[in-house]
Ligand binder design. Structure first.
Ligand code: DGJ
Length: 738
């Protein structure tokens, strides 16, 4: 049983593959956190928090100055009582009180994991993969209840937490903050890791020592965003890719979020993650409930790499869904960087002809096929084919692509509306707005109010109609601006704080309906590149366009950073033309290919403008990729050298049985008289012997990992190399190595 309850000590013990998480029903029936650490067979209380009188800590029981919530680690701290640290719950009762003294009332341990209503979440396929504990807490004066939910996976180092608030009283309650997870640590000897970025340079890795006070990563943009990421990790100071203790938490949600670490006066740390309280409110009438999104919690003793591989498997196998979850993804060609808005049927088919010769499998028609969209100023919302560009329509284009052996994919940006569109002219109140105030535009567009059921119905019907009428097997679902003046015409003035979360719930409902109605379609999410690359989106769409920046050198950091949490197969990665359209850099085609192939791989350039030599090279790339596609997309991923720390970036994909591996390395700039490089590999079987394609020799996995492999010299800027390793039991390979 991954979850047990000891009724004598009133302690809950949750175990994962190699960790234990404990908490207890403590003084005043409050839930006291006991720790999260290496797995224990049994916990006897040696490390339990010890009560003690501390100055300026208030005591609910005046006869006992040793007890104050300010000194006790907690599972779900609330505002207005004796804990002065950041609360996980802030609210206002009908009488103006803002306390919630949440005390234990009941618990249940269930096999498996129930789904979250209306929200994306991790899941199990068979009941004994995990146990779920639900603990009911009650605020007796008001009748308000909180149900904390914990899932422990038996064979993964993963816990999942969420919380549901239920108004069991007779008066309304307004919620202002419900954090999905709050975790107290005894000491602050950690580095804090976050993933900040921007458009075109998403998800860098930011690591610094914790300091006193609150340090946060947040989004107020109505999307998880390019700017910060709904993820935070605490790593012991010496932790590196391969060793050390690290705790990572990731939110399964795509809207405003807040992640924070508070170092308190006693040098403990409180880590929290949930919907951003800023601008948020939720009104609960008696009998109503509010479900907060869930958080994935991963603990690793095997450094950042260990944490990442646990996230990769969980996200790839138990968050992503549908028939494409475990399938190799088609090699695609996307016309965006080839043509932008300027195309017609002849141009698209000319590219398709070349693509088919190269071995590409899927043709994606990007922005500009609908309304009269010749630039980004018009037509979003009018999902009818532009007959000027495609006179015979999408169905005809789709069948011509099929004739050429290519499947057909299509771009949409369903959540938006252009002011110059029939949709906006008919329904000007369907966008987010505040009456009497400016409707700010971003990329000349407004955001539809997806919290409204009429908007949801319209979108499901409009998008489904296109998908029904043309032979479409892939959809790119884009979203290209953030929310301003986020008000809803249908909500009363005192519930406007529900607009942005209501939008996300509406988006999830639309996605659930469309993706389940068209299960054969492969969906890829996008937001100006990777502006909504999050676990919530992966539940509906198993891959995400990682960045609009397709420069191979910029992509080293973007993909390396993204891989901290997300599996290679979820990262859309394309070879594009040089000079690169954003940074103007010229990189070798081989390097562009090697950087893009560890992901959902494709091309995004005008194939009709390439030389025969380049097309021949691409044909070899596609064949090479197809031969190793499963290994590259689904293999275990090891980061070897960080582009954030030097002139090299290297990574390795290895099969589950360790017999196949591919190493990729890029040297960013050439240096005169540079030292030779010895690269230490990882993830191999130390007892296997390995060959490397195109090289003479046989090397033990142990040697390649512990001593390393001396590499041949590389020439020129942005040079790269690829090593294909094949290993097997040492005995089967003839003479023993010396
Ligand atoms: C932003 C996306 O990230 C691009 O790939 C492209 O689809 C454009 N939008 C189209 O407007």
């Amino acid at each position: 049983m991954p979850i047990t309850f000891d009724s004598v000590s009133r302690t809950f013990h949750l175990t994962t593959l190699s960790s234990s998480y404990l908490f207890q029903i403590g003084p005043w029936d409050r839930l006291i956190h006991l720790g999260w650490g290496p797995k224990l067979a049994r916990w006897g209380g040696a490390s339990a928090p010890r009560p003690g009188d501390r100055a300026f800590s208030a005591n609910p029981d005046p006869t006992d100055r040793s007890l104050s919530l300010d000194n006790l680690p907690q599972e779900f701290p609330t505002a207005g009582g004796t804990d002065f640290r950041v609360p996980a719950l802030r609210l206002r009762h009908a009488d103006g009180a803002w306390q919630a003294d949440l005390a234990y009332s009941a618990h249940r341990i269930l096999p498996g994991k129930p789904p979250l209503s209306g929200l994306p979440c991790s899941y199990v396929e068979v009941l004994d993969e995990a146990d779920t504990l639900e603990v009911d807490l009650v605020d007796v004066p008001s009748g308000l209840m909180a149900t904390l939910s914990y899932t422990a996976y038996r064979d993964r180092d993963v816990l999942v937490r969420s919380v549901r608030i239920h108004n069991g009283g007779s008066q309304a309650v307004d919620l202002f903050s419900v954090q999905s997870v709050s975790l107290d640590f005894d000491d602050d000897h950690f580095d804090l890791i976050t993933m900040p970025g921007s458009w075109g340079r998403e998800r860098t890795i930011d690591r610094r020592a914790l300091h006193s006070g609150v340090q946060a990563a947040e989004s107020r943009r109505g999307a998880s965003s390019h700017h910060e990421h709904p993820f935070m990790a605490l790593a012991r100071s010496g932790t590196n890719e391969f060793q050390g203790e690290v705790y990572g938490i990731a939110l399964v949600y795509s809207g405003n979020f807040s992640a924070l670490a508070e170092v308190d006066q006693f040098h403990g740390v409180r880590l929290q993650l949930g919907i951003n309280p800023e601008g948020f409110s939720w009104h609960l009438e008696p009998g109503a409930s509010f479900q907060a999104p869930e958080v994935l919690l991963v603990r690793s003793d095997e450094g950042l790499g260990g944490m990442s591989r646990t996230f990769h498997k969980l996200l790839g196998q138990r968050v992503a869904r549908g028939p494409w979850r475990d399938r190799e993804r088609p090699v695609l060609i996307n016309n965006w960087e080839a043509t932008y808005f300027a195309f017609d049927t002849a141009k698209l088919l000319a590219i398709a002809d070349e693509a088919a010769k190269i071995g590409i499998e899927l043709f994606v028609l990007d922005d500009g096929w609908f309304g009269h969209r010749d630039d980004d100023r018009t037509s979003l919302g009018d999902w009818m084919v532009d007959k000027r560009k495609l006179p015979a329509g999408l169905e005809d284009l789709g069948s011509r692509l099929l004739d050429r052996g290519l499947t057909f994919g299509l771009w949409f940006e369903p959540e938006m509306v252009s002011v110059d569109s029939d949709l906006y002219r008919s329904h000007p109140d369907w966008c987010l707005h505040v009456p009497g105030r400016t409707r700010s535009e971003g990329r000349n567009q407004l955001v539809l109010d997806l919290g409204r059921s009429d908007v949801q119905e319209h979108l499901v019907e409009a998008i489904s109609k296109v998908l029904r009428e043309a032979p479409i097997s892939y959809v790119k679902w884009d979203m290209n601006r953030h929310q301003t003046e986020a008000g809803s015409a249908l909500l009363p003035f005192d519930r406007q704080g529900e607009t942005q979360h209501g939008y996300i719930l509406g988006l999830y409902s639309v996605l659930e309906r469309i993706t389940s109605a068209f299960p054969a379609i492969l969906f890829e999410s996008c937001s100006g590149g990777g502006g909504r690359f999050d676990a919530g989106m992966l539940f509906y769409m198993p891959q995400t366009w990682t960045s609009d920046n397709t420069d191979a050198i910029c992509r080293l950091e973007i993909q390396y950073g993204t891989s901290l949490v997300y599996p290679p197969v979820s990262m859309g990665a394309h070879v594009s033309a040089v000079p690169n359209h954003i940074v103007q850099r010229i990189t070798p085609l081989a390097t562009r290919y090697r950087v893009a192939r560890t992901g959902a791989f494709g091309y995004e350039l005008d194939l009709t403008r390439l030389s025969q030599e380049e097309k021949d090279e691409m044909k070899r790339q596609v064949a090479d990729f197809k031969a190793d596609r499963r290994l590259l997309q689904f293999g275990d991923f090891y980061r070897l050298l960080s582009p954030f720390e030097g002139n090299f970036c290297a990574w390795l994909s290895v099969s589950e049985d360790r017999s196949d591996a591919i190493v990729t390395m890029v040297r960013i700039l050439a240096q005169p008289n540079s030292p030779q490089t010895v690269l230490k590999l990882a993830g191999l079987n130390p007892e296997f012997n390995y060959t490397i394609d195109d090289q003479q020799g046989l090397w033990a996995g142990e040697e390649l990992m512990r001593w390393g492999l001396r590499l041949a010299d590389m020439k020129g800027d942005f040079a790269s190399l690829s090593l294909r390793l094949r290993g097997s039991e040492a005995e089967s390979q003839g003479p023993k190595l010396i």
